[in-house]
Design a protein around this ligand. Sequence first.
Ligand code: XIL
Length: 383
Amino acid sequence: MKLRRQLAAAAATAAVLMLVPSAVATASPDKHPKVPADSLRALGAQQKLGIGTAVDDARLGSDRAYTDLVANQFSVVTAENAMKWESVEPARGSYDWAAADRLVSFAGQHGQQVRGHTLLWHNQLPSWLTTGVDDGTVTKGQLREILRKHVTDEVTHFRGRIWQWDVANEVFANSWDPNPLPDGLNGDDFWIRNLGEGVVADVFRWAHQADPKALLFYNDYNISGQDGTNAKFRAVHDFVAKLRAQGVPIDGVGEQGHLDTQYGFDAQRFQADLQSYGDLGLKVAVTEADVRTFVNNSTEQVPTSQPAAFAQPFEFSEMLKGCQLVDQCISFTAWGVYDGDSWIPGTFAGTGYGLLYDVDKAPKPAYYALQQDLRLGARPQKH
Ligand code: XIL
């Protein structure tokens, strides 16, 4: 994608461009007729980059302002929770696809692509499953068969309608996890512990059988330059390289992109690591971007430090630019629409202000930073 390479050159002319902000926004190839020309999705489309958000099914359709933002600003949607195992099979053998189906049909109506999230993960498993494993009523042999059926049934249900699937999620050890396996997988992970590390390759094979056209991703956090020694990146890189060499059907790596301004962020390392995955012949996506910081309280979410308030849009922008500058990076997704509906305050005490729109759904500096990055990346070169 030649246009993307022009970003670096175009960045030098940012000041000039700011005088004519709508010059490149008028000829959007985004297929959906009602999309504003200066929206993130229209600007992303000019360089074949999907711009996504995680969607809360409780708000989609019922909250008009929220729904309009999802439709107008984003070309890719991910179900924040609705495709997770506990949501789709709350009681054993009885599926509930309603919320996920609503999102997939919304995406169809609005010319959007869907990231499926997620098939193999240790969190948000149905309690009938975890209880059964704990009390021994579900044996290991049965667990493997239950997982195979889950992957097959879910991927089959959405066959032909999912662009990228997060097939396996967060199975690698962090520096603080006590029992890493020699290749870096987390020995304490529910699935690795119960079924062995071969289960990761198996879920990719099962997913591929059920929908041969979907792009199959490995998805994780702190796997592109964020973890100090970069050991987690190295482990994931070598593992996915091995899967490919073995002919396992894996198509991409998703870097979640959950940042916090209190930690350092090395944008060059981020980009270089995305590129390393790309150099393996894999596609790359930033799948769950948000940048949290300390705030006054979880309702207003006003940053408590002025430098941190500047770092927030800066780090968001650096992540997008890293993706724009890697040819294999096909989508950039924010983990939610606005700060009033984000997992951050409830998960990381004292923090918030992580998304592109504020608690009142007004665009923040991070939104304008991304819009500007996309304009620059899409801008035809002079001379
Ligand atoms: C989070 C959701 O945002 C929350 O609403 C839910 O309560 C917990 O899960 N990594 C992932 C996502 O892969 O699925 C998680 O989403 C955030 C971390």
